[in-house]
Design a binder for this molecule. Structure first.
Ligand code: KG4
Ligand code: ZN
Length: 347
């Protein structure tokens, strides 16, 4: 069965076609980064309006790319939450209208489940069970994944998400939005050992995180440097970026390894935007090989938000017989706040 999937939870409009037997057929993405850049962050109303403009051209694009006719589609998937209410409503209403007009079932997908299963779009594919480190702009969670719809939360951030820590520290260093890639690029020219930044909760016994103190520590450093030297030099900025990145990566890696030891599992899967960070990738590859295990990442283009992961999560749910394909009710709601546990098979 061919499933069309729509993602519109934040600042990326994504549409994709996935076949339940053959996998990904085509995907298309429009990122709103350039539009939000001048405001230093996502403007929700602008995001919603842009999703409206992009979603149908992207839909035509994936159909053409895959050589698939609309009447070959068997189900429609969309991100129903969590995310920005107005942005979610665009994808949800387009998907539900498409499904209603063609007499197809519509499958609401949890955005984090999309991220969580996205490493399975890569080859080789990790088998279940695995530990997942989910690191996006809004979430930082460690989960045990035993199968589709079988997720157990092992730890999470108590305040800022890892992506948020990247974005907020980048912003106070005068870097653009989104901060993660910008800070990471600058860090390549820096020396992480110049500034000693805290590793929050590194030694706590649990698998939880806290990143808000790091942002304050970076701010204090910036103010001290400005007091002593006036403005931050290019090298000081690069060193501070490298130290910030190292602090975030160290904590993420240490907690991931602790989770591997705690669960006794040998497969680690990394998902979400921060999973694109090359320093995090290298550190986890090294740590997992030392542990005699393996780490899996989604292809880079599927780390940040995209439609492929939504269509793919729906296909996995269909294959696992977790979807009632005879349900033709097309009333819908979106859930800007939504716990992943609500989509677990035992919930
Ligand atoms: O998963 P995602 O696209 O959106 C959410 O669901 O939140 O993640 C976006 C986050 C942003 O905070 C962005 O700064 C971060 O991922 N990010 C990165 C990198 N690429 C994206 N953080 C660090 N290094 C990167 N290379
Ligand atoms: Zn996301």
């Amino acid at each position: 069965m061919i499933i069309i999937g729509f993602e519109s939870s934040c600042d990326e409009t994504g549409v994709a076609l996935v076949c339940t037997e053959r996998g990904l057929l085509a995907h298309a993405l429009h990122s709103q980064i350039a539009m939000h850049q001048e405001y230093g962050g996502v403007v929700p109303e602008l995001a919603s309006r842009d999703h409206i403009r992009r979603v149908l051209p992207l839909t035509r694009q994936v159909l053409q790319q895959a050589g698939v006719k609309a009447d070959q589609i068997g189900a429609v998937a969309y991100t129903a939450g969590p995310g920005l209410a107005g942005a979610l409503l665009v994808g949800a209403s387009v998907a539900q209208s498409f499904a209603w007009a063609r007499g197809l079932p519509a499958i609401p997908i949890h955005h984090l489940e999309g991220h969580l299963l996205s490493p399975l779009l890569a080859s080789p594919r990790p088998g279940f069970p695995f530990v997942a480190l989910l690191v996006s702009g809004g979430h930082t969670q460690i989960m045990r994944v035993d199968g589709v719809g079988n997720y157990q939360l092992l730890g999470e951030t108590l305040d800022d998400a890892a992506g948020e820590a990247f974005d907020k520290t980048a912003k106070l260093m005068g870097l653009g939005y989104p901060g993660g890639p910008a800070l990471s690029r600058l860090a390549q020219q820096g020396d992480a050992s110049v500034y000693d930044l805290p590793r929050p909760m590194l030694h706590s016994r649990d698998l939880d995180f806290s990143f808000s103190g790091l942002k304050t520590a970076v701010l204090t450093r910036v103010k001290n440097i400005e007091k002593d030297c006036g403005q931050l030099s290019e090298q000081q900025r690069a060193d501070l970026a490298a130290a910030t990145e190292a602090a975030i990566v160290d904590v993420l890696a240490a907690k991931s390894i602790k989770a591997m030891k705690q669960t006794g599992l040998k497969r680690l899967v990394v998902a979400g935007g921060v999973g694109a960070n090359s320093h995090l990738r290298a550190k986890l590859v090294q740590a997992m090989s030392k542990l005699g295990g393996e780490v899996f990442f989604p292809p880079l283009e599927f780390c940040t938000d995209n439609g492929a992961m939504i269509a793919f999560a729906a296909a996995m749910r269909v294959n696992a017989e977790l979807v009632d394909l005879s349900d033709m009710r097309h009333a819908f709601t979106v859930k800007p706040r939504w716990e992943l546990h609500d989509v677990c098979v035992d919930s």
